[in-house]
Ligand binder design. Structure first.
Ligand SMILES: Cc1cc2nc3c(=O)[nH]c(=O)nc-3n(C[C@H](O)[C@H](O)[C@H](O)COP(=O)(O)OP(=O)(O)OC[C@H]3O[C@@H](n4cnc5c(N)ncnc54)[C@H](O)[C@@H]3O)c2cc1C
Length: 502
């Protein structure tokens, strides 16, 4: 059957050259693949712009031919979508392949300007080449993930620059009708403060372009932190699942008064040792989820407890940082349950080193080991908000454990704690080669989403196959977004269906 998007592809080839389009079956399979319960979502084809002008031309041709587009930058959105479009048959615009330059690094004002394909590993390496005067905030996910795509999906890291959208400034965006918009002070022709003055003049437009289908972002300013001479992490383990309530109560004041400058991670046992272990089916006779005795055994093997707490201090020297470590030690050890693990011990453990790396802006592949916990590498992220109140954290824990256990999955979670709220990063790991298990993982995710929404807790990001359902939990916002969508994208050609907005 002829590809209905063929006239569009011919127009793109004529304008951008024959290499700018790929419709080979293996390419469609690769771009349609993801780790989600919904299975593959193959696109109609892939186009490769090399410049902002190319993106404008592609968008205009898509309007003429009525072809829906799906932008991707590095497409490493593991557990949330990879490169695949939200609906099969959309045309993927792969910005990362050819638009992957670090446009500028300003070492005085500490920022970089990046194109969509610039990865965490690439910028880290370039900063290293320049003597590591500046530090990049990185995720604990794939180093080949992109700074721009992660920012647009409300991604985050762990250092004081953890809020990637908060630390971005100055978007260059191709609107769905093909015009270019520069936000913040970039709207002033000849602006000298485009990457410095985030909120600009008038209503703040940048937020319209994150988790959205209102524009294709072609350039972004990213603020960088001066690299501190010394970065020292601390770790504490706690023995029991129920200790979460006490941990949250202990963490909150450290963040409210900003004593600890990083986010504080509270990592569950399976999340921690799952980076190094595979599910021991032979020990359980094939049964799931993992029984408590085996959890305890694996915790002991890796020197962990039910929970691992981690954070870091920065300073000019070891001597300057040590009193802060002592203060935090006294604070946690008061509980009588915590066990302290030093930075030096952390360096000896692969499970702990992930945290040393992320607190010091070093991209790491080690956490990707979690994707091997179950065979078949299925993964989907459930990311609700959790107030920093111990009682509520334990209520949420009981809810998640019950729903996950009913569906045969482990509670694999990391609470990433700020002063008032933690992001409860659940990873639902399952065998995506097994159709029954895949279907069960989808049901489990829906049950979690429903139960948390009923209890008053919303997710911050959603995997492609759950975006519609998550948006349907909200009132007022979907209607307003739909009106804005129609005004900016009258032909509805840009990523219809993304985050539940068509
Ligand atoms: C073990 C593990 C740990 C992880 N840890 C973290 C973590 O610490 N923090 C975190 O945030 N994530 C984490 N992730 C999730 C994910 O892998 C990363 O967020 C990853 O960086 C996102 O993919 P990307 O950068 O390649 O973006 P992309 O896949 O390129 O894009 C992400 C989204 O933005 C949209 N988009 C991309 N480019 C454009 C554009 N130019 N214009 C408009 N829209 C665009 C895409 O349509 C997509 O919806 C983790 C994943 C795993 C498996």
């Amino acid at each position: 059957m002829p590809n209905p998007s063929e006239p569009f592809f011919s127009a793109v080839r004529a304008r951008l050259g024959p290499d700018a389009v790929d419709t080979a079956p293996e390419t469609l399979a690769r771009y349609g693949a993801n780790m989600l319960p919904c299975g593959a979502l193959p696109p109609a084809g892939v186009v490769f712009p090399g410049s902002t002008e190319d993106v404008q031309a592609i968008v205009r041709m898509a309007n003429e031919h009525g072809v829906p587009l799906w932008p991707t930058s590095t497409g490493e959105n593991r557990g949330l979508g990879l490169k695949s479009p939200v609906q099969p048959g959309q045309v993927v615009v792969d910005l990362g392949r050819r638009m992957n330059r670090i446009v500028e690094i300003d070492e005085t004002l500490a920022y970089a300007v990046v194109e969509p394909g610039v990865t965490y590993a690439q910028l880290h390496e370039e900063l290293g080449r320049r003597g590591h005067k500046l530090m990049l905030d990185t995720t604990s996910g794939p180093p080949d993930g992109g700074i721009l795509g992660n920012t647009l999906d409300k991604g985050a890291g762990y250092t004081p620059y953890f809020d990637h959208f908060g630390m971005s400034c100055g978007f260059e965006v191709v609107l769905p009708t093909g015009e270019v918009l520069r936000t913040s002070d970039g709207a002033l022709p000849g602006s000298k403060t485009q990457y410095l003055s985030k909120y600009g003049y008038g209503p703040f437009l940048d937020g319209l372009f994150i988790q959205s289908n209102l524009g294709i972002v072609t350039r972004l300013g990213v603020w960088l932190m001066p690299r501190p001479p010394v970065s020292r992490a601390f770790f504490f383990t706690f023995p029991e699942d129920e200790d979460l309530a006490e941990i949250v109560e202990l963490v909150r004041p450290l963040k409210l008064n900003n004593l600890v400058p990083t986010l504080i991670k509270v990592t569950s046992d399976v999340y921690a040792f799952g980076t190094e272990e595979a599910y021991p089916f032979e020990r359980t006779g094939g049964r799931t989820p993992l029984p408590l005795e085996l959890r305890k055994e694996l915790r002991e093997k890796h020197g962990l407890g039910a929970w691992l707490v981690s954070g870091a201090f920065y300073g000019p020297s070891e001597e300057a940082v040590q009193p802060l470590i002592e203060r935090v030690k006294a604070h946690f050890l008061r509980s009588g349950k915590a066990r302290y693990i030093s930075h030096a011990e952390g360096e000896q453990s692969r499970v702990l080193k992930i945290h040393l790396d992320t607190f010091s802006g070093q991209p790491t592949r080690d956490e990707l080991g979690l994707l091997q916990w179950r065979p078949g590498s299925g993964a989907t992220w459930f990311l609700p908000a959790s107030p920093m109140v111990g009682r509520i954290a334990n209520e949420q824990q009981a809810l998640s454990r019950r729903i996950l256990a009913e569906h045969g999955f482990e509670f694999v979670i990391e609470y990433v704690c700020g002063p008032r709220m933690a992001r409860a990063l659940h990873i639902l790991l399952y065998n995506r080669q097994d159709s029954e298990e895949r279907e069960r993982a989808g049901r489990c995710f829906r049950a979690l989403l429903q139960a948390y929404a009923e209890a008053g807790f919303m997710v911050a990001r959603a995997p492609l196959d759950m975006q519609q359902e998550a948006m349907a939990k909200l009132q007022g916002v979907p209607e307003v977004l739909s009106r804005i969508k129609h005004a900016l994208d009258p032909e509805h050609i840009l990523a219809p269906g993304k985050y539940g907005v068509s």
